[in-house]
Design a protein around this ligand. Structure first.
Ligand SMILES: Nc1nc2c(ncn2[C@@H]2O[C@H](COP(=O)(O)OP(=O)(O)O)[C@@H](O)[C@H]2O)c(=O)[nH]1
Ligand SMILES: [Mg+2]
Length: 228
Protein backbone atom coordinates (compact mmCIF):
# COMPACT_ATOMS: atom_id res chain seq x y z
CA UNK A 1 0.00 0.00 0.00
CA UNK A 2 1.27 3.48 -0.86
CA UNK A 3 2.48 5.52 2.07
CA UNK A 4 2.46 9.34 1.88
CA UNK A 5 5.44 9.58 4.26
CA UNK A 6 7.49 7.35 1.99
CA UNK A 7 10.42 9.11 0.32
CA UNK A 8 10.11 10.16 -3.32
CA UNK A 9 12.32 7.91 -5.39
CA UNK A 10 13.31 8.22 -9.03
CA UNK A 11 15.10 5.28 -10.61
CA UNK A 12 17.76 5.88 -13.28
CA UNK A 13 18.38 2.99 -15.70
CA UNK A 14 20.36 2.47 -18.89
CA UNK A 15 23.39 0.71 -20.35
CA UNK A 16 26.74 0.91 -18.63
CA UNK A 17 28.71 3.97 -19.81
CA UNK A 18 25.77 5.96 -21.22
CA UNK A 19 26.24 8.64 -18.57
CA UNK A 20 23.72 7.82 -15.81
CA UNK A 21 26.02 8.84 -12.96
CA UNK A 22 27.16 11.96 -14.84
CA UNK A 23 23.51 12.90 -15.46
CA UNK A 24 22.64 12.47 -11.78
CA UNK A 25 25.68 14.62 -10.91
CA UNK A 26 24.46 17.28 -13.36
CA UNK A 27 20.94 17.34 -11.93
CA UNK A 28 22.21 17.35 -8.35
CA UNK A 29 24.94 19.89 -9.23
CA UNK A 30 27.73 17.63 -8.01
CA UNK A 31 31.05 18.06 -9.74
CA UNK A 32 32.75 14.80 -8.77
CA UNK A 33 34.00 12.56 -11.58
CA UNK A 34 31.93 9.37 -11.65
CA UNK A 35 33.67 6.13 -10.82
CA UNK A 36 32.23 2.84 -12.03
CA UNK A 37 28.91 2.25 -10.29
CA UNK A 38 28.72 -1.15 -8.65
CA UNK A 39 25.49 -1.59 -6.74
CA UNK A 40 23.64 1.68 -6.36
CA UNK A 41 24.37 5.37 -5.68
CA UNK A 42 21.64 7.56 -4.25
CA UNK A 43 21.73 11.35 -4.59
CA UNK A 44 19.20 13.39 -2.65
CA UNK A 45 18.18 16.59 -4.38
CA UNK A 46 16.00 19.42 -3.17
CA UNK A 47 13.41 20.19 -5.83
CA UNK A 48 11.69 23.56 -5.68
CA UNK A 49 9.05 24.67 -8.16
CA UNK A 50 5.89 26.77 -8.28
CA UNK A 51 3.95 23.80 -6.99
CA UNK A 52 6.27 21.77 -4.80
CA UNK A 53 9.27 21.85 -2.48
CA UNK A 54 10.39 18.31 -1.89
CA UNK A 55 13.44 16.14 -1.42
CA UNK A 56 13.80 13.55 -4.16
CA UNK A 57 16.10 10.54 -4.13
CA UNK A 58 17.71 9.66 -7.45
CA UNK A 59 18.63 5.98 -7.48
CA UNK A 60 21.42 5.33 -9.96
CA UNK A 61 21.62 1.57 -10.34
CA UNK A 62 24.70 0.08 -12.04
CA UNK A 63 23.97 -0.93 -15.64
CA UNK A 64 26.50 -3.69 -16.11
CA UNK A 65 25.22 -7.16 -16.93
CA UNK A 66 27.73 -8.56 -14.43
CA UNK A 67 25.75 -6.95 -11.62
CA UNK A 68 22.37 -8.29 -12.67
CA UNK A 69 21.79 -10.05 -9.36
CA UNK A 70 22.51 -7.05 -7.13
CA UNK A 71 20.44 -4.85 -9.43
CA UNK A 72 17.47 -7.20 -9.10
CA UNK A 73 17.51 -6.48 -5.35
CA UNK A 74 17.08 -2.74 -5.98
CA UNK A 75 14.37 -3.31 -8.59
CA UNK A 76 12.45 -5.81 -6.51
CA UNK A 77 12.86 -4.28 -3.06
CA UNK A 78 11.81 -0.65 -3.63
CA UNK A 79 8.84 1.36 -4.80
CA UNK A 80 9.85 4.04 -7.32
CA UNK A 81 7.74 7.06 -8.23
CA UNK A 82 9.51 8.04 -11.45
CA UNK A 83 11.72 6.35 -14.04
CA UNK A 84 14.53 7.95 -16.07
CA UNK A 85 15.82 5.85 -18.96
CA UNK A 86 19.19 7.00 -20.26
CA UNK A 87 20.79 6.39 -23.67
CA UNK A 88 23.94 7.68 -25.33
CA UNK A 89 23.09 9.70 -28.46
CA UNK A 90 26.18 8.33 -30.21
CA UNK A 91 25.30 4.68 -29.51
CA UNK A 92 22.12 3.39 -31.17
CA UNK A 93 22.27 0.08 -29.26
CA UNK A 94 21.86 1.97 -26.00
CA UNK A 95 18.61 3.43 -27.41
CA UNK A 96 17.05 0.08 -28.30
CA UNK A 97 18.34 -1.41 -25.04
CA UNK A 98 16.15 1.01 -23.10
CA UNK A 99 13.28 -1.35 -23.90
CA UNK A 100 15.20 -4.14 -22.17
CA UNK A 101 15.70 -1.92 -19.13
CA UNK A 102 12.05 -0.90 -19.04
CA UNK A 103 10.97 -4.54 -19.28
CA UNK A 104 13.39 -5.53 -16.51
CA UNK A 105 11.90 -2.75 -14.39
CA UNK A 106 8.33 -3.80 -15.21
CA UNK A 107 9.21 -7.37 -14.21
CA UNK A 108 10.77 -6.21 -10.91
CA UNK A 109 14.28 -7.28 -11.86
CA UNK A 110 13.38 -10.71 -13.21
CA UNK A 111 15.78 -11.87 -15.88
CA UNK A 112 14.29 -11.26 -19.34
CA UNK A 113 12.27 -14.18 -20.54
CA UNK A 114 11.23 -14.49 -24.16
CA UNK A 115 7.98 -12.60 -24.40
CA UNK A 116 5.54 -12.03 -27.21
CA UNK A 117 5.36 -8.49 -28.58
CA UNK A 118 1.86 -8.15 -27.09
CA UNK A 119 3.16 -9.17 -23.66
CA UNK A 120 6.01 -6.63 -23.98
CA UNK A 121 3.61 -3.86 -24.99
CA UNK A 122 1.39 -4.77 -22.03
CA UNK A 123 4.34 -4.57 -19.63
CA UNK A 124 5.59 -1.25 -21.05
CA UNK A 125 2.16 0.34 -21.02
CA UNK A 126 1.63 -0.94 -17.48
CA UNK A 127 4.51 1.12 -16.05
CA UNK A 128 2.26 3.48 -14.18
CA UNK A 129 4.73 6.20 -13.12
CA UNK A 130 6.07 9.29 -14.94
CA UNK A 131 8.88 8.37 -17.34
CA UNK A 132 11.61 10.47 -18.93
CA UNK A 133 14.02 9.40 -21.67
CA UNK A 134 17.34 11.26 -21.61
CA UNK A 135 19.82 11.15 -24.50
CA UNK A 136 23.32 12.06 -23.27
CA UNK A 137 26.51 13.27 -25.01
CA UNK A 138 24.66 15.89 -27.02
CA UNK A 139 28.01 17.69 -27.36
CA UNK A 140 29.20 14.85 -29.65
CA UNK A 141 26.38 15.30 -32.12
CA UNK A 142 28.44 17.50 -34.47
CA UNK A 143 31.47 15.24 -34.51
CA UNK A 144 29.71 11.85 -34.63
CA UNK A 145 26.64 10.90 -36.59
CA UNK A 146 23.53 10.68 -34.51
CA UNK A 147 21.17 7.77 -35.05
CA UNK A 148 17.54 8.53 -35.72
CA UNK A 149 15.37 8.00 -32.68
CA UNK A 150 12.34 5.93 -33.59
CA UNK A 151 9.31 6.77 -31.46
CA UNK A 152 6.96 4.51 -33.35
CA UNK A 153 8.08 1.12 -31.98
CA UNK A 154 8.07 -0.15 -28.41
CA UNK A 155 9.71 3.09 -27.24
CA UNK A 156 6.45 4.81 -28.21
CA UNK A 157 4.53 2.41 -25.95
CA UNK A 158 6.46 3.79 -23.00
CA UNK A 159 4.77 7.13 -23.49
CA UNK A 160 7.74 9.02 -22.07
CA UNK A 161 9.03 12.55 -22.57
CA UNK A 162 12.33 12.72 -24.43
CA UNK A 163 15.21 15.19 -24.01
CA UNK A 164 18.88 15.41 -25.03
CA UNK A 165 21.60 16.85 -22.83
CA UNK A 166 25.33 17.42 -22.47
CA UNK A 167 25.90 16.09 -18.96
CA UNK A 168 29.36 17.61 -18.65
CA UNK A 169 28.37 21.24 -19.11
CA UNK A 170 26.92 22.43 -15.81
CA UNK A 171 26.94 26.08 -16.92
CA UNK A 172 24.95 25.44 -20.10
CA UNK A 173 22.47 23.30 -18.14
CA UNK A 174 21.67 26.06 -15.66
CA UNK A 175 18.35 27.74 -16.62
CA UNK A 176 18.24 25.70 -19.84
CA UNK A 177 15.27 24.04 -21.55
CA UNK A 178 16.65 20.69 -20.34
CA UNK A 179 16.72 21.83 -16.70
CA UNK A 180 13.14 23.05 -17.06
CA UNK A 181 12.04 19.71 -18.54
CA UNK A 182 13.67 17.77 -15.71
CA UNK A 183 12.04 20.11 -13.15
CA UNK A 184 8.66 19.52 -14.87
CA UNK A 185 9.30 15.78 -14.71
CA UNK A 186 9.98 15.99 -10.96
CA UNK A 187 6.72 17.95 -10.55
CA UNK A 188 4.88 15.12 -12.34
CA UNK A 189 6.58 12.53 -10.13
CA UNK A 190 5.57 14.34 -6.94
CA UNK A 191 2.01 14.88 -8.21
CA UNK A 192 1.71 11.22 -9.16
CA UNK A 193 2.94 10.07 -5.76
CA UNK A 194 0.59 12.40 -3.91
CA UNK A 195 -2.36 11.26 -6.01
CA UNK A 196 -1.47 7.63 -5.31
CA UNK A 197 -1.28 8.43 -1.58
CA UNK A 198 -4.65 10.15 -1.73
CA UNK A 199 -6.24 7.10 -3.29
CA UNK A 200 -5.50 5.31 -0.02
CA UNK A 201 -6.93 8.24 2.04
CA UNK A 202 -3.56 9.09 3.47
CA UNK A 203 -3.05 12.63 4.78
CA UNK A 204 -2.11 15.09 2.06
CA UNK A 205 0.56 17.62 2.99
CA UNK A 206 0.35 20.77 0.90
CA UNK A 207 3.62 22.47 0.03
CA UNK A 208 4.69 26.03 -0.84
CA UNK A 209 1.98 28.36 -2.04
CA UNK A 210 4.18 31.23 -3.16
CA UNK A 211 5.43 31.04 -6.75
CA UNK A 212 9.07 30.08 -6.98
CA UNK A 213 11.30 29.29 -9.93
CA UNK A 214 11.75 25.59 -10.70
CA UNK A 215 15.12 24.44 -9.47
CA UNK A 216 16.55 21.22 -8.19
CA UNK A 217 19.40 21.55 -5.75
CA UNK A 218 21.87 19.02 -4.50
CA UNK A 219 21.37 18.15 -0.87
CA UNK A 220 23.35 15.11 0.12
CA UNK A 221 24.62 11.85 -1.21
CA UNK A 222 24.32 8.32 0.08
CA UNK A 223 26.41 5.61 -1.47
CA UNK A 224 24.85 2.18 -1.26
CA UNK A 225 27.39 0.50 -3.48
CA UNK A 226 31.08 0.19 -3.92
CA UNK A 227 32.93 2.40 -6.38
CA UNK A 228 36.39 1.85 -7.73
N1 LIG B 1 31.20 14.24 -23.80
C1 LIG B 1 30.33 13.74 -22.92
N2 LIG B 1 30.71 12.74 -22.12
C2 LIG B 1 29.80 12.26 -21.23
C3 LIG B 1 28.48 12.77 -21.14
N3 LIG B 1 27.82 12.06 -20.19
C4 LIG B 1 28.70 11.16 -19.71
N4 LIG B 1 29.89 11.27 -20.32
C5 LIG B 1 31.09 10.45 -20.09
O1 LIG B 1 30.76 9.10 -20.33
C6 LIG B 1 31.49 8.26 -19.45
C7 LIG B 1 30.54 7.32 -18.72
O2 LIG B 1 29.74 8.08 -17.85
P1 LIG B 1 29.08 7.45 -16.51
O3 LIG B 1 28.26 8.54 -15.91
O4 LIG B 1 30.10 6.81 -15.64
O5 LIG B 1 28.16 6.33 -17.16
P2 LIG B 1 27.22 5.25 -16.39
O6 LIG B 1 27.95 3.95 -16.44
O7 LIG B 1 25.96 5.17 -17.21
O8 LIG B 1 26.98 5.74 -15.00
C8 LIG B 1 32.28 9.18 -18.52
O9 LIG B 1 33.60 9.28 -19.01
C9 LIG B 1 31.57 10.52 -18.65
O10 LIG B 1 32.43 11.62 -18.46
C10 LIG B 1 28.10 13.85 -22.02
O11 LIG B 1 26.97 14.35 -22.04
N5 LIG B 1 29.07 14.28 -22.89
MG1 LIG C 1 27.46 4.86 -13.12
Amino acid sequence: MADSTEKIKVLVLGDSGVGKTTLVNLVSNTNSKPSWTVGCNVEVIYHESREYSEFIEMWDVGGSLVHENSRALFLRGCIYHGLILVHDLTNSKSYTNMIRWALEFAQHGEKSKRLSREAEIGLLQGIDIPKLIVGTKQDFLWSRSRYTTDRTGLIGDLNAQLISVNCLDHLQYKNSYQQQQIANFFDQVIKHKKNASNRFNRPFRSTTESPAPSTSRYFSSLDLGFSF
